[in-house]
Design a binder for this molecule. Sequence first.
Ligand code: A2R
Length: 318
Amino acid sequence: MKVLITGITGFVGSHLAEFLLSKGVEVHGIERWRSRTENIEDFQEKITLHECDIKDFHSVKNVISKVRPEKIFHLAAQSFVPTSWHAPQETLTTNIIGQLNIFEAVRDLGINPWIQLACSSEEYGMVLENEVPIKETNPLRPLSPYGVSKVAQDLLGYQYHESYKLNIVRTRAFNHEGPRRGDVFVTSNFAKQIAEIEKGIKSAVIYVGNLEARRDYTDVRDIVRAYWLSTEKCVAGEVYNICSGRDWRIGDMLDYLIGLSKTRVEVKQDPARMRPSDVQILLGDNTKFSKQTGWKPEIPFEKTLEDLLNYWRKKLSK
Ligand code: A2R
């Protein structure tokens, strides 16, 4: 089995690569000339990297033609919601046109690999109280350019399946966390701040945004297992929520992280960390995916938080 992972140097891509290597899969991935490779450095010699920018059709077609993968896990994206407010055009181009390039390259080459699309719970956007837990049939009311880009990716996936019978499976993952999560993401950012305070390189104040929002968290290692299962057991053209079905208040997640440390910290609101419009609650219903694949999350979120904090402690002592 030969697979291609776009976004292999990222948070999820690196975990997926490790998971697939453990299953004996031949793993290929793409990188850009200036990609940071720290997430994959522990196993880089076991994978094959190809230079490619997904915004460039020629570059995408070249790699897919060389690798001829049986499965493509399409994870590459401008993945950060707040950046999508500052760089909406870059976000839409990378996420939508980048994916279009993959579809068109596959069509041009006359191959039909499984293509898993990393869609997102951010597509649901504004969710009414009576719509929770959120099913796949919920209206999509995205509240950020990033959310809109993921809706477009999702619907393009649907359309290319319907029009050309491409083997596309759309997964809408809710929040996922774990070691290697970028420090711009809230959970990782809090864990990093705590590790810095412990090390004495930062004053004992944690800066926070909206602590009242509620999120449905899953460990990234459970998420990549789900992505693999989606290409093994799901129905092409369909869309599936991937989530734990349990929500955490951001403030409670912060308290849990602080409780893992012996250091005393003060929590302060930072207006710069508030979004122009924020989704108050994202809690998913994973029934459709669980029934189809038998998947359920195995790693409790408390363990995810502990591993994340230990990741930062280790990284800061390097
Ligand atoms: O920045 P790089 O060169 O290390 O690569 C990032 C890659 N990427 C691209 N690759 C090729 N051409 C591009 N134009 C391009 N733009 C970005 O996407 C990196 O390998 C990956 C993004 O990694 P993270 O920001 O860590 O995202 P994460 O959390 O792994 O999310 C994976 C997927 C994304 O589609 C999210 O929107 C979704 O899951 O939630």
